[in-house]
Structure formats: structure tokens, C-alpha cells
Design a protein around this ligand. Structure first.
Ligand SMILES: [Zn+2]
Length: 853
């Protein structure tokens, strides 16, 4: 609005004199503080790193390294801090502009005195031992993962995203190893048992995007847009390799083609390349030219389900979208990390919309994002999309499902508000303006605001700067069989009064047709004028288009007539709403909802919906039933799932149902059905099982009955060495001997035993399985005690995943007491981490409340 903006402009006037930043010497603190980062970005530019790492074959031997750092200094008034989180004795020699300088190491920084620096071009030469913390060293491979601020654990640098630099890398590696990095491979020279690999200088990128992977890998090349693309992997299963490699390249090609067209910017970096890593701690990481992926997501075979294929395409599109959103235009500071993640997810969805069509896209979007976003946003620990950040050493705590799943919904609503074309125009302008540079969310909003029909700043406040979701209610007035008035209202589930401006659809169901009405919700209440005069419908489905965010009213009479809803999207929307209301103790109780969902297992033919339902059934069965009621329920449940398996025609549906059966079964009868499948390795008719499936089945059987030989036999069957190691790691979490399980948990107190995070999480899920909780509950307190240390030693998703894998399945009053006590006795606990605890234990709190009814 005009006058408001003028006012704020004039208000700023008296401060104009301060607009020129006065450089203050930043204090020396641990981590990378915002002050230090602001200072450095004001005085440094034009940065080049030349790095050489000498990597021995043995992972226990140290990596000798050399660095030549050159940069331009705009002002030389104060000493300069280089980030290096290491031990002082790792720094061997420093020369600044050709002269040796005494090593001054304080609080994770090398201090370079201003007396050795000059205004203009500077060169710093450092000989050092590389830190291992972010090198992920395995027996015959290693890979770097520097996001968000872990480059500084490996080598001295200016570790902040807005000091982009080029990296010229040399690696000296064992002769049999391969290597990949951001720059193209220049030369590879073998001398005796060692190979020296030289890469071209990288494009200009942030420190967190610099990366290399080296080790025993197989490599395959294919062309994408006439460019030869290298792919490294360690998979050994020939069925997976044969069925996956071509499609992995095709999916990259599709994503690159779509994004170059949508952004009007061709692929922005010197090369395309990627690597599949076993037990990778993320789904993927977007280092340009050297993207890393979790191997098990990329390599699929004939036994894989549609959902797995969708996840793979999504993951590839997500990382590819980062090349433009995040890598070309990067964040200035990690408080905006969500902007790169939201665009990656949002654009990945667009790739699939482009390939699959609108209806399937909307459906997938709903199922991918809404339940997961609600999982956090319904809790009192819910965080806003954008959060302040004072120091990069806390950046990890910003990551979570809100930025990955609520933010894309927010973006969809923004696009609906602006219209697709104007949104795209704004986005193209943003990418062009900030290419190879950095931008903040306000930078983008300022551009989009030019094309938006309403003031985005107010809109931004509730969607981006605040947490939570609205609870929606309706009022339908009928007279003589006709609607006289339909109003829809919103209010926040918790917190201060506010409204979420948004668009959504409702569908009125009649005997012979459906009337879909779009609604634009801009206030507390909306009068749906288009409904006036229509005949009274049989029922109404709210949010039938799947775009609307909140807890929508449900009509439980739909339970008996779901077959009248032919659209899979609308059914999914109804299932989600019914579940969210159950958690809010509205409309339906857990038992009734469980019965409804179980009956739908027989009817629901859509694979995505069936997956949603099997998740809900398992969740309600384990979380909302006492041991006694589970035992009472389970036989009927097992029978109904088995009938559904026989009734469903599609192989994937059968398989998803068998997986559900395997998740919930408790009776001997069920055990005797599943055991022979594992023993003979013959899956029931129409279902294909892979080695991974038999592994999971063995673990599920072991949880129910102590058969010492079974896991040993399964271990024998696993041929791939990486998967063998993973299985061996998980085994003690299922030991029949409590002492072994205690010992396993104790071992996790040492961070060295937590290095393979994806394996730790899998093991924790078994350790805390409801069937082992009686003896595992005692680990809860210590699991919370470890959390702060885990945040320091672990990767970005680990604190949250650690909590989820630990608390996700508990429902007891004792467990809740442990959590409440912990929070009470730690009043000064870091707030972002405390929020993660509240998020992860929300279900525990709810089950106590609902079961105590
Ligand atoms: Zn991402």
C-alpha cells in the first residue's frame, strides 16, 4: 500500500547517515557468527582455493594437505579470521604473501594479523593435516559432505555461503581408486601405487557446495545434451545395475531439459556428474558436477514399487533443480536455507507434473507434502519456515519437514495467488539478477511483489514467519432441500489470532454428479456464494483439490460411501482430513477410524492411496492401542490384510499390503505364513521380493520369535559388502539378550559408533520397536542427554531423525514422564533443539491424551 510504504521510507530518512556500514572488528567466537560473516563479506572478494589432499588407502592414516588461498582484500584494518575447526597441531605451516607467519589459533579460527596482509591481492599458503569430521572415510572410499558449515572441519576457509570461490583440486589416491569433484577431470597420473588426479578449477560456488568423492567405484559414462556425464557407483547386484543405469540418466536428462526451459537459463555449470553412495546419510546432496545420492534410492529392480520409482525421480529432480536454485543463485546466510530447499522440491514437483499430467501431480503433491508438514505443524514445537540464525554452528537445527514440506505448499499457494505466468516471470528475473551470486528471501519477495495482485509482505508474515495451521469449520444452512447459505471459517489451532489467506476447492456430491466450487479464503470467514440455491448434497468433501492447508471438516457418513468418490485425489484428501481430526479428537475416534481404514484396504486400488492407508493403519494399531487391545485386535487385522492381499490385482498393491502384514503381525498363525516365505525365498503369488525385502522380513520375524540362526543365515545370503556391514551393525539391536542390546545402546555414546547415521537410525527403530520397549525405555533419558552432542558431531538431519527413531513408537505414560521431566529440569536448553524434542514427542503426548479419554 502506497502510504504505508512512503511512511516507512520517511522513517528511514534520519538514519541514512548510518547506511554506510562502519566496519567493526568481529570478536573471536566458536563457529561462524553472523557478525564475522558480515564483516568478511564486506572486505573480501575474488577468492580462489587451490587444494591438494594426499589420501592414504588406510582410513586410520592421516591426510596431508596443502592449500593456497588467494583473495582480494578491500580494507586492511583488522586481523582476519580463517575458519578451521580442528586441533592446533594439525596446522603445520602458514605463509602469508610469501612470508612465514606464527600460528595463532583460537576458538576454531586461524588468526592472520593485518600486518602480514595488504589491501588488494593476498596469498595464504598453509600446510596442514585435513580434519576427518566431514570426510566420511570408509575402508575403500571416502566422500566429503560440507553442508552447512563443515568445510571448515576439513581445511581452512571462509566458510559462509556468500563468499563464493573457485576450487582447484588435486587428489593423490591409491592406484585402484576413482575420483569425482566439481571441476572437470584434467589429468590422472599413475606413479607406483598412487594416482594423482588434477581437476580443472570449479565454477564459482559456496564452500558448502565444494565436494569430492574418491574410492573403489565402478564408473559409467553417458551423454546428456551432448556432454559426457560420469556416474560412479558401488552397487554389485547386476539386476539392479541393468535395470537402473539408463533410467537414472534419462531422469537427469528430463529434469535438466525441463529446468533449462522453465528458467530460460541453460545448465549453468561446466560439467554434470554424480555418484551413488551406500548408506548415504541424506537422500542426495547437490554439489554441482558431483552430486551425491543414496545408492539404495537410485538402484531399483523389478521388485521395486511404484512409490520407489516415484521417489527416485523426485530425488533426481530435486538435486537437479538445486543447480539453478541454490547452486547458481545461493543463499546469503543459512537462515534462508529453506528457500533453496523449497524451490528444489517445488521444481521437482513441476518436473513430474510436466511428465505425468496435472491430476496425478496434484495427487502426488498432496500425499508427499501435507501429511509430513502437518506432522510438525500440529505440534507446539512447530517452527516457522524462516527462522533467525546467529551462528552457522546451529544451522543444522533449521532443517526439518517444515522447510521441505510446508514451504512447497506455501509456494503453491503463492503461485495460485500470482498466477503461473507472473510467478514464472518473477522467478526468471530473480535467477538472472543473482546468477553466480547470493540472494535473500526478501530479495525474491521484492521482485515477486512487482507482479503480485496483493501485498506479499503481509501474506509472507503468516505463511513464512509464523508457525501453525488453521482449523477450518463450516456451517451449512438448508431450507426446502436447497442450500440457503454455506459459510466456512478459520481459526488458528494454537497461538495468536491470525488468518491464512489461501485458495482451495470444495466438492458437493450428488447422486448423479459432483459440483466443484473454488473458494478464495482471504478473511476469518467466507460466504460461499456459488453454493446458494444448489440442492442439498449427499455429502461435501473439503479441500477436494488438495491445495488447502489446515484441518478440514469431515463428514463421517462418507465412511460408508467412499466408493462414490471416483477421484483418488479427493479420497486421499478425505483420508488425511479424517486422520488429522482423529488426532484432534474431533469427528472420529481411533478405533472407528482404524476400522474404516482397514475396510478401505480391500477397496482402495490406487497405489499412492494404499500406501497412505497402510501407514495410517500401522500407526493407529501401534500407537493408539494398549498391548491388551492390540492382542485382541490383531487376529482380525491380520485376516483382513491377508484377504486384501488376495483381493488386490496389482503386484505393487499386494506387496504394500504384505509389508503392512509384516509390520503388524503378532500371532503364531501369521508367523507360520511369513517364515516359509523367508526360508524358501519364494514370495506369495504375484509378489516380487528383493534381497532387501527378505532382509526386512528376517528382522520382522526375529522381533517376534528368537531364532538365533535366522539372522546368521540372512547375513550369509547378503552378498554386497556394504549391505552386509549395515546388517551386521543392526543385528545387536535385535538380540534376544538384553545385555547385548544394552551394550549396543551404550556404544552409541561414542560418536565414532554413530558415524553411519543411516544405519544407526535403522538400528534405533528396531531397538525401540514396541515389542522391545519394556526393556528399551531406560535408554530414553540418555538419548536426550546425547542430543546436544549429536548436533555437534552429526550431520544436519541427525538430531531430528535420532529423536524420531527413538520416540516415534512410544505411547506409555512413563515415556512421557521422562520427556516432561527432562524439559522441566533443563530450563535453559537451546530453543531450536527443544522444539525438535517437542515435535518428536507430540504423538506420545497425544496418544496418552486420546487413550486416557
Ligand atoms: Zn535439497
Amino acid at each position: 500500500m502506497m502510504n504505508k510504504r512512503l511512511l516507512s521510507f520517511f522513517l528511514m530518512m534520519p538514519f541514512f547517515g548510518f547506511a554506510q556500514p562502519i566496519l567493526k572488528e568481529p570478536t573471536i567466537d566458536f563457529g561462524v557468527s553472523k557478525n564475522l560473516a558480515d564483516f568478511r563479506s564486506a572486505v573480501i572478494n575474488d577468492i580462489q582455493y587451490q587444494l591438494k589432499f594426499d589420501i592414504p588407502a588406510l582410513k586410520t592414516e592421516e591426510i596431508k594437505a596443502n592449500e593456497l588461498l588467494s583473495f582480494n582484500l578491500l580494507k586492511n584494518e583488522f586481523s582476519l579470521q580463517l575458519d578451521f575447526k580442528a586441533q592446533q597441531n594439525q596446522i603445520q605451516k602458514i605463509e602469508v604473501n610469501g612470508k612465514p607467519v606464527a600460528i595463532n589459533y583460537q576458538k576454531e579460527h586461524i588468526i592472520i594479523p593485518e600486518t602480514s596482509l595488504i589491501k588488494g591481492k593476498n596469498k595464504i599458503d598453509i600446510a596442514f593435516i585435513a580434519g576427518n569430521a566431514a570426510l566420511n572415510r570408509n575402508d575403500d572410499y571416502l566422500y566429503t559432505l560440507f553442508v552447512p558449515d563443515r568445510a571448515r572441519t576439513c581445511f581452512p576457509c571462509f566458510d559462509q555461503p556468500d563468499l563464493k570461490a573457485t576450487y582447484k583440486l588435486s587428489l593423490v589416491i591409491p592406484k585402484q581408486w576413482e575420483a569425482i569433484s566439481n571441476g572437470s577431470l584434467l589429468t590422472s597420473t599413475v606413479k607406483e601405487e598412487r594416482t594423482t588426479v588434477d581437476f580443472a578449477a570449479s565454477d564459482k560456488i559456496s564452500t558448502y557446495l565444494f565436494s569430492f568423492t574418491a574410492g573403489k567405484f565402478k564408473t559409467v559414462n553417458q551423454d546428456i545434451n551432448k556432454q559426457s556425464v560420469q556416474f560412479l557407483y558401488r552397487e554389485t547386484d547386476s539386476a539392479k545395475i541393468n535395470l537402473s543405469i539408463d533410467s537414472i540418466f534419462v531422469e537427469h536428462r528430463n529434469a535438466i531439459d525441463f529446468l533449462s526451459t522453465w528458467t530460460k537459463i541453460p545448465y549453468p555449470f561446466q560439467k554434470i556428474g554424480f555418484v551413488a553412495i551406500p548408506d548415504f546419510q541424506f537422500g542426495g546432496m547437490e554439489h554441482p558436477g558431483a552430486v551425491q545420492y543414496q545408492g539404495s534410492t537410485l538402484f531399483l529392480d523389478a521388485t521395486s514399487t511404484k512409490s520407489q520409482y516415484i521417489s527416485r525421480a523426485n530425488l533426481i529432480s530435486h538435486e537437479t533443480a538445486h543447480m539453478w536454485f541454490g547452486d547458481l543463485v545461493s543463499i546469503k546466510w543459512f537462515n534462508d536455507v529453506w528457500t533453496k530447499e523449497v524451490f528444489a522440491n517445488f521444481m521437482a514437483d513441476k518436473v513430474s507434473e510436466h511428465l505425468k499430467g496435472k491430476e496425478e501431480f496434484d495427487h502426488k503433491f498432496l500425499i508427499d507434502h501435507f501429511p509430513t508438514a502437518y506432522g510438525i505443524d500440529r505440534t507446539i514445537g512447530a517452527n516457522p519456515i524462516r527462522q533467525p540464525l546467529d551462528n552457522l554452528n546451529e544451522a543444522g537445527s533449521l532443517y526439518g519437514n517444515i522447510i521441505y514440506h510446508k514451504a512447497p505448499i506455501m509456494m503453491l499457494q503463492l503461485e495460485l495467488l500470482m498466477g503461473k505466468d507472473k510467478f514464472q516471470t518473477g522467478m526468471r528475473e530473480y535467477l538472472k539478477k543473482f546468477a553466480f551470486s547470493n540472494a535473500t528471501w526478501p530479495d525474491l519477495i521484492n521482485i515477486l511483489n512487482k507482479y503480485a495482485p496483493v501485498d506479499l509482505l503481509a501474506w509472507n508474515k503468516v505463511w513464512v514467519d509464523d508457525n501453525g495451521r488453521p482449523k477450518i469449520s463450516d456451517k451449512l444452512e438448508i431450507n426446502n432441500g436447497k442450500i440457503t447459505r454455506l459459510t466456512i471459517s478459520q481459526k488458528p489451532e494454537f497461538g495468536v489470532d491470525r488468518i491464512w489467506p489461501q485458495s482451495f476447492k470444495i466438492s458437493l456430491f450428488y447422486d448423479d454428479h459432483i459440483k466443484e466450487l473454488p473458494v478464495n479464503f482471504t478473511g476469518k470467514m467466507v460466504d460461499v456464494k456459488a453454493a446458494k440455491g444448489l440442492a442439498k448434497p449427499n455429502f461435501i468433501i473439503y479441500n477436494s483439490g488438495g491445495e488447502g492447508y489446515g484441518v478440514w471438516p469431515v463428514d463421517v457418513s462418507v465412511f460408508n460411501q467412499t466408493n462414490k468418490i471416483s477421484s483418488p485425489l479427493m479420497r486421499a484428501s478425505f483420508y488425511i482430513s479424517a486422520y488429522e481430526n482423529m488426532l484432534n479428537q474431533a469427528f472420529v475416534k481411533p478405533t472407528a477410524l482404524l476400522n474404516y481404514f482397514i475396510s478401505q484396504l480391500q477397496q482402495e486400488k490406487d497405489e499412492l492411496n494404499l500406501r497412505l492407508l497402510t501407514g495410517y493403519v500401522a500407526n493407529i494399531f501401534w500407537s493408539f492401542n494398549s498391548i491388551q487391545s492390540r492382542n485382541k485386535l490383531v487376529q482380525g487385522l491380520e485376516n483382513q490384510i491377508w484377504q486384501a492381499i488376495e483381493k488386490q490385482d496389482l503386484a505393487n498393491n499386494k506387496k504394500n499390503l504384505l509389508k503392512l502384514y509384516q509390520t503388524v503381525f503378532l500371532t503364531d498363525e501369521a508367523y507360520n505364513k511369513l517364515y516359509p516365505i523367508w526360508k524358501t525365498q519364494i514370495a506369495p503369488d504375484g509378489i516380487k521380493f528383493s534381497e532387501d525385502d527378505y532382509t526386512a522380513l528376517a528382522l520382522a520375524l526375529k522381533l517376534r520369535k528368537n531364532d538365533e540362526n535366522m539372522l546368521a543365515e540372512q547375513l550369509q545370503r547378503i552378498k554386497n559388502p556394504d549391505r552386509k556391514k549395515r546388517f551386521q551393525f543392526i543385528m545387536p539391536a535385535l538380540s534376544a539378550d538384553v545385555k547385548v542390546r544394552d551394550g549396543f545402546f551404550e556404544s552409541l555414546a561414542d560418536h565414532k559408533n554413530r558415524e553411519k547415521e543411516s544405519n544407526v537410525l535403522a538400528a534405533l527403530n528396531y531397538l525401540h520397536h514396541p515389542l522391545q520397549q519394556a526393556t528399551s525405555q531406560k535408554y530414553l533419558k540418555q538419548s536426550l542427554d546425547l542430543l546436544q552432542e549429536i548436533q555437534v558431531t552429526g550431520d544436519i538431519f541427525f538430531p531430528q531423525s535420532w529423536l524420531q527413531a527413538t520416540f516415534g513408537d512410544y505411547q506409555s505414560a512413563e515415556a512421557l514422564k521422562i520427556v516432561n521431566e527432562y524439559i522441566k529440569t533443563h530450563p535453559n536448553y537451546p530453543s531450536k533443539l527443544k522444539a525438535k524434542i517437542l515435535q518428536a514427542t507430540d504423538m506420545l503426548k497425544r496418544t496418552q491424551k486420546i487413550m486416557g479419554e
